[in-house]
Design a protein around this ligand. Sequence first.
Ligand code: PHE
Length: 464
Amino acid sequence: MEIADKMRAQLDIKEHVERDRFVSRIGVFLATVGSAVGLGNIWKFPALTGSNGGGAFLLVYVASTLLIGLPVMISEHMIGRTYRANAVRSMRQATTGRTPWWLVGAAGVLSAFLILAFYTEVAGWVFTNVLKAFSGGLLSTDPAVTSQAFGSMVTDPVMSLAAQWVVFAVITAIIMMGVSKGIERATKRLLPVLFFLLVVVCIRGLTLPGAAAGLRFLFKPDLDALTWAAVLTAMGLAFFKLSVGMGTMITYGSYFPEDQNIPATAVRVMLSDLFISMLAGVAIFPTVFTYGFAPDAGPSLLFITMPAVFASMPFGQVFMVIFFFLTAIASIGAMISILEVPVALLQEERHYTRAKATLIIMGLLFVAGATAALSSSVLADVTVFGKSFFDLYDFTSSNVLLPLGGLFISIFVGWVWGKENTVAALTNDGALANGKLVSVFFFITRYISPVLIAVILLQGLGLF
Ligand code: PHE
């Protein structure tokens, strides 16, 4: 009896080992870009750059992306593809279970919940704006008008919840369809269109009278004004943007084909992501300075300034509908990649079906999400450590958990997993002639990124 049970369990495991994979190499790239590009580029990057003084913040963000975010992404892809399992199990197998490295994966699951709780609400604002754009009421270059529209949206508890629930329904449906079908298909077609539209909006931004002031703000660093807290925020943004530090890229790496060139893929994803953030910045800041918006408006920045760009261009309303629609699509690619972390975990560790795993997670999210959705209305007076739930989830994930995850992943690869494994994994067992590059990567991962992350984290949190 016992033996039969054991065999059944083993068979069960075998079934799960034959995991879903991305079907094509271009599909891998697009799905990974689909995870990286999202509200982080279009909403968070301009908001944080604006409220942290512009150029200097941008500089730290770009440096963190290159020296910290990119190496962590390569490490995650490598671990995922080597062990072909969810983040927790991959980390456990990498160390044959001896030391609690799997906690890195577990912390990632917590990050996934915290991020989704507020991210789904912002996505809800984007969805709402698609509808509002149809009616044309938003089209105005007057800060008072667009700010008022944003304010009335976020302070309405029913609207806030309803918008978030629509987002929940959409992502639940997509993730239940599975990896290769759902994720690849959704991302493949629409990202290039978003890119094109951003270029159009940038051109409009650059021909506005405030273009010079906007670009100066964005690109001229004033290093004296930079605080450690801002440096930490910039590094946290780099993690958030590249979807690293929480196991998303381990999970995606686990779906990569054997012959995927990991460093090349990661570099391309990083460059695309950075480029799209820049486009969003160049679209927004000239508008801010032309029409007298406040650059440090924070989370409302995208929603109050974008309508002004469209109001000042021909066919603005049509463009605005398309813009918010595509932003919604981009946010979906990112959200399903976050959800994939806990879903893959439940599927593989608890042997739940994909549908059951998804529904359980969505149930938990329903509760956590509501606290974020209501934090500008019913829960406006409730604060924890002086922050609303929305801000608390955002801060804890981006400025604490993701950097910690990145720190431990770097230490793990640099000091535990070691160079031999790394070289084998990143050269595809010698098939790729990228040995020099891999050595540089290993050096950065072993000596540079962990030190940078640790110092910035301690200084930024005021612990050192
Ligand atoms: N990178 C995504 C964005 O910019 C957000 C994200 C964070 C996705 C963490 C996955 C993991 O919108």
